[in-house]
Design a binder for this molecule. Structure first.
Ligand code: GLA
Length: 371
């Protein structure tokens, strides 16, 4: 193969945020927006990376793809080079490469643009060297992409996004249990139920690869709370353990993590019972927990959520890491426009920049588009 084009989707997390790195449950689905990478083999040992989103073109040698070498790279290039680095670490024999990247997934929108970038590069480059992309190889590929993100790009994320970008299924969410890495597709018949998931991008980008940012700080707090309880991960704690945490911050973070995994199970039960109003109310409860106990929301996200619920959504919450990015609302199809208009009016009245809305449905995971 001399050229392979692959596309990997972004995601919405229906519920279960800040649970992955704590060994808990989450329920994301892949969406129609994503990133496309075309990989071409070169006859030399050079790598050239170009993205339609950035003016600079990065060129280097395969041997520059070391952990030390990343210091000289622009931030976005690290996500690409990180995949090549992790692939070589995993024993892939790479040729010189020309990579061209294009995306319709807004960066920093909380819709997993980094994972979509990594996974599209991994699938395109893997295709170029004839690596299989069968069901069994997708989970290890997600782990490879996660290494790129955590070890190379320096964003201490938990792995949910890469898994759903590679394993997403039309009309299904994925129940991912980070206690044992098991994954189960859960039917999510939104269209049959006359519902849409409205995504409202507040336009305030979040940055996960920032050691002092909110995301990294929450991870540290969770690790500290787990250590105080003598556990490797907070997900192993029981509700009774909360009283053993005697400072308010660690107790609140742990309370969110434990309750959020329980809410994932409650949503699955409510979906199976076709009780969408109940699903909505659990989503809204999740937002309250992310806003209060986890302190991961922003005034714009809170406004989007509160307004969506007042305007007739069954429920709403921030999705993904928070600290900016997007909110989702579960809305009867016929009320979607009214909800959207109400959010626009509320943002204008409070002086927030106009948000962007999209409706999304569960889509398939990454695929090769052309060879
Ligand atoms: C980001 C990270 C994920 C996860 C979410 C919060 O999307 O990439 O690993 O931690 O935040 O649930």
């Amino acid at each position: 193969m001399t050229s392979v084009t692959a596309r990997a989707p972004g995601r919405v997390n229906l519920i279960g945020d800040h649970t992955d790195y704590n060994g808990g449950l989450c329920l994301p689905f892949a969406i129609g927006l994503g990133t496309t990478t075309t990989a071409r083999a070169r006859g030399d040992n050079r790598v050239r990376v170009r993205s339609t989103a950035f003016p600079e073109v990065w060129t280097g040698r395969l041997d520059d793809l070391t952990l030390a070498g990343r210091e000289a790279m622009p931030g976005w290039v690290r996500y690409v080079a990180g995949v090549l680095w992790a692939a070589r670490e995993a024993g892939w024999e790479l040729p010189g490469l020309d990579l061209v990247i294009d995306s319709d997934l807004p960066r920093g929108s909380g819709l997993a643009s980094s994972a979509a970038l990594e996974c599209s590069v991994a699938v395109a480059v893997g295709g170029l060297i004839d690596r299989p992309l069968d069901p069994g190889s997708r989970q290890p590929l997600a782990a490879l992409c996660r290494r790129a993100e955590t070890e190379y790009a320096g964003a201490p994320t938990g792995g949910m996004d890469q898994l759903v970008s590679l394993l997403g299924r039309p009309d299904h969410a994925l129940l991912i249990d980070f206690a044992d890495s098991s994954i189960r597709p859960v039917p999510l018949p939104l269209a049959r139920a006359g519902l849409v998931v409205l995504v409202t991008d507040t336009g305030a980008g979040h940055e996960l690869a920032d050691g002092d940012g909110g995301y990294a700080q929450r991870r540290r707090e969770c690790d500290e709370a787990a250590a105080m309880l003598g556990l490797p991960r907070l997900g192993l704690a029981w509700p009774d353990d909360l009283s053993r945490l005697d400072d308010d911050v660690h107790r609140a973070r742990a309370r969110h993590v434990l309750a959020e995994s329980a809410r994932v199970e409650d949503v699955i039960t409510a979906v199976a019972a076709d009780d969408w109003e109940r699903v909505g109310s659990i989503l809204t409860a999740s937002h309250r927990s992310l806003r209060g106990d986890y302190a991961a929301s922003t005034p714009a996200l809170d406004l989007a959520v509160d307004t969506a619920v007042e305007a007739g959504a069954h429920g709403a919450r921030l999705t993904g890491g928070g600290f900016g990015g997007s909110a989702i609302a579960l809305v009867p199809e016929e009320r979607a426009l009214a909800v959207q208009n109400a959010i626009d009016a509320a943002f204008a009245a409070d002086g927030h920049p106009a948000p962007t809305h999209r409706t999304v449905l569960p889509c398939a995971g990454a695929a090769v588009l052309a060879t």
